[in-house]
Ligand binder design. Structure first.
Ligand code: ADP
Ligand code: MG
Length: 525
């Protein structure tokens, strides 16, 4: 075949060869994180270019930190990141599920089944399992929600750490939940501090910033007043390069400065006129202005990050202004409380307003621990949001996947032709979660899976999963291993999506350059 000139500088692989390489890459990636799944999963030690190290059990962190070049592997990582964005948890599961779906697809391709037939079968399977999900759902209460958040932290940290992170996350989410239970997670701020134990982590209503008012002569605590947020400062600008002053005598410069000061003081007067009692600036506030602000009774803060100003704006229903002069009545916000507190020798500014907000102060003894605590909060907050918004949960420990696979096998019998084989392959693939959970706990994966399936069928229960301590099937609701339905649903959707997209690629054009392929043991294919 003569290549089109445009393809001259590319290496091309097509058809089955392309598919095989792509599936190998996807499998290699899922192999790489398989061992982190579940409470018995092991940690990975990640070392970056600069030699910095990170110990984590979090699938998406491992994948995002790894410098993966293969485009198909990148597709898998994107699927995991999407899972992280949408469901906050289940990132490892998504990649493992996709890898297994592709491996099973490859077996069918070897038997001569066309990738598009498999893709169609997989799509039908996905639709069917999503339709069946409602049969597995359970409602949650406070107690159950706490259990669910703890399950999401399985394998991370230790019991009392999981306990406090679950409690704090749920409380924070409840603080910002609206009446219709909708939650905007960006209303929760996380501040982390080294020193102290993880168990000392707490949540506060309102927005809390590691800031101190600019003068301790200013009021420490004020209530029910007006606040102005300036996306700039109250300072004499240095004479800049585009402005040239010909100073003819010392007096001129002095009067120039005085004029500037006068303008700044006028801005303070304007604030007083509008009844403003709290001021936050992104830039600095000059010392004489500070004294004047103190005199007129305005509590002021400087060098507040813009992201924090934006949060303050939402809490106090205010709008950021570029300068005091340009502010109008509508820009001014209202606070309920604005107070300065000291905790463990550190200063904080707490603001409460009509708009909802919560701040979590996460603690840990070392930078490494704090890092892992932050990642745990990230997961558990996401899970808490789902629980407050939706509240429907399903059994974890592989139970739900097995229950769905059982339904799929019955459904497969109704599908004529080769697609039936794809539906069966999909059912086999989603059972992988039980196998890997067992594998990581040092239990025989195959017999564990068979035991769980048998127990579900014999007791006609969808709640039987694997008790990893005993290596035996058990009711996961009794064991308190529960997950928000959204995580499993999203993991299935994400995995199916990426598996199908990879199956649809039959031509790969590489620009001629060094590219590394992940290695995979031959016998796996
Ligand atoms: P992911 O990134 O996919 O969330 P995790 O490492 O967090 O991966 O593992 C989640 C899996 O571990 C879920 O399938 C969950 O049901 C399971 N799991 C968590 N705790 C237990 C437990 N005590 N017993 C059995 N399975 C558990
Ligand atoms: Mg998890």
């Amino acid at each position: 075949m003569s290549e089109a000139p445009i393809l001259k500088d590319t290496t091309r692989s097509s058809g089955r060869e392309a598919l095989q390489k792509n599936i190998q890459a996807a499998m290699a990636l899922s192999e790489a994180i398989r061992s982190t799944l579940g409470p018995k999963g092991l940690d990975k030690l990640l070392i970056d270019d600069d030699g910095r190290t990170l110990v984590t059990n979090d699938g998406v962190t491992v994948l995002e930190t790894a410098k993966v070049e293969h485009p198909v592997a990148k597709m898998m990582i994107n699927a995991s990141s999407t899972q992280d964005r949408i469901a906050k948890d289940g990132t490892t599961s998504t990649v493992i599920l996709a890898g297994e779906m592709l491996q099973n697809a490859w077996q069918l391709i070897l038997q001569g089944i066309h990738p598009s037939t498999i893709a169609r079968g997989y799509r039908k399977s996905e639709q069917h399992v999503l339709e069946c999900m409602h049969e597995l759902l359970m409602k949650s209460n406070d107690e159950i929600r706490k259990t669910v958040v703890k399950t999401s932290l399985a394998g991370k940290g230790y019991n009392s750490m999981q306990e406090i992170i679950a409690n704090v996350s749920l409380d924070a989410v409840k603080m910002v939940a609206e009446e219709d239970n909708s939650v905007d997670i960006s209303k929760i701020k996380l501040i982390s501090q080294t020193g102290g134990k993880v168990e000392d982590s707490r949540v506060f209503r309102g927005l809390m910033l590691p800031k101190k008012r600019i003068s301790s002569d200013m009021e420490k605590e004020v209530v029910n007043g007006k606040i102005l947020l300036v996306d700039g400062g109250l300072e004499n600008k240095n004479v800049s390069t585009d402005l040239k002053l010909n100073v003819t005598s010392v007096g001129v410069l002095e009067s120039f400065r005085q004029e500037e000061r006068k303008l700044l003081f006028e801005q303070v007067d304007k604030m007083v006129k509008h009844g403003i009692t709290v001021l936050a600036c992104r830039e600095s506030i000059d010392d004489d202005v500070k004294n004047y602000l103190t005199k007129v009774g305005i509590q002021a803060f400087r060098r507040v990050a813009r992201s924090d100003l934006n949060m303050l704006a939402r809490v106090c229903n205010a709008r950021l202004v570029h300068s005091v002069q340009s502010s109008s009545k509508n820009d001014i916000g209202e606070y309920v409380v604005s107070k300065n507190v000291t905790m463990d020798g550190k200063d904080f500014w707490i603001v409460e307003g009509e708009g909802k907000a919560a701040t979590i102060v996460a603690k840990g003894s070392t930078v490494d621990i704090i890092g892992e605590v932050e990642r745990c909060f990230d997961d558990s907050l996401g899970v808490s949001v789902q629980l407050i918004e939706d509240g429907l949960v399903v059994c974890g420990g592989g139970a739900s996947y097995v229950a769905l696979a059982r339904r799929l096998r019955r459904y497969a019998e109704t599908i004529p032709g080769r697609e039936q084989l794809a539906v069966e392959a999909y059912a086999d693939a989603i059972e992988v979660i039980v196998r890997v959970l067992a594998e990581n706990a040092g239990i025989d994966p195959i017999s564990t899976l068979l035991d769980v399936v048998a127990e579900q069928t014999n007791t006609n229960s969808d709640q039987i999963g694997i008790n990893l301590e005993l290596g035996k099937p058990q009711n996961m609701a009794d064991l308190g291993v529960l997950e928000p339905q959204g995580i499993i649903k999203q993991a299935l959707i994400g995995a199916t999506e990426v598996a199908i997209s990879i199956l649809r690629i039959d031509d790969v054009l590489w620009a001629k350059q060094e590219m590394t392929m992940p290695d995979l043991p031959e016998e796996d294919m």
